[in-house]
Ligand binder design. Structure first.
Ligand code: HEC
Length: 126
C-alpha cells in the first residue's frame, strides 16, 4: 500500500514539473518589440522580415551590448540613442578597443551585427 502511494506521488510531481517546464518555455518565446519606425522605403511585403530582424536585434543587443552601454537614469534602464554615423558604421566591431573581445566574429556573426544595427537604427529614441 505504501509503495503504491509513493508511486502516485511521484507521478503527480512529475506531471507538475512537466507542466511548469511548459509554462516557463512559453514565457521565453513572448518578446515584445520596442516601439520603432519602419524604414521609409520599405515595401509592405518586407515588413514581416524587418520585424523579425528588429526583434532579434533587440534580444541580441540585450545579451551583447546592454551590460556596457545601458545607463540607469532615475531607476530606469535606458538604451543610448546612438547617432546614425555611429551605428551605420559596420566598423563598430573593430573601431573601438573595448569591442575587441566582446564583438569577435565568433561571438557575434555579421548577420547578428546587422540585426543589432537594425534595432538601434529604427527603435524610437528613448
Ligand atoms: C565590454 C564593454 C562593451 C561591450 C560589450 C560593447 N561595447 Fe560598445 N563601446 C564600449 C566602450 C567603452 C566604447 C567607447 C569607445 C572605446 O573606449 O572603445 C564603445 C563604443 C561604442 C559605440 C560608439 C559610440 C560611443 O558610445 O562611443 C557604439 C555605436 C557601440 N559601442 C555599440 C556597441 C554595440 C552595438 C555593442 C553590442 C554588439 C557593443 N557596443 C558592445 C564598450 C562596450
Amino acid at each position: 500500500m505504501k509503495k503504491i502511494k509513493f508511486k502516485i506521488y511521484t507521478i503527480v510531481i512529475l506531471f507538475l514539473c512537466a507542466f511548469m517546464a511548459c509554462k516557463a518555455k512559453q514565457k521565453v518565446v513572448a518578446i515584445v518589440p520596442m516601439p520603432f519606425n519602419y524604414p521609409d522605403d520599405i515595401k509592405e511585403a518586407e515588413k514581416p522580415l524587418f520585424l523579425t530582424n528588429y526583434t532579434k536585434g533587440q534580444v541580441l543587443y540585450g545579451i551583447n551590448c546592454a551590460k556596457c552601454h545601458n545607463k540607469t537614469e532615475g531607476g530606469q534602464n535606458t538604451i543610448p540613442n546612438f547617432s546614425l554615423p555611429q551605428i551605420m558604421d559596420y566598423e563598430i566591431r573593430f573601431q573601438y578597443p573595448s569591442h575587441e573581445d566582446p564583438m569577435k566574429e565568433t561571438v557575434i556573426s555579421p548577420e547578428e551585427l546587422e540585426q543589432i544595427v537594425t534595432f538601434l537604427r529604427y527603435k524610437l529614441p528613448s
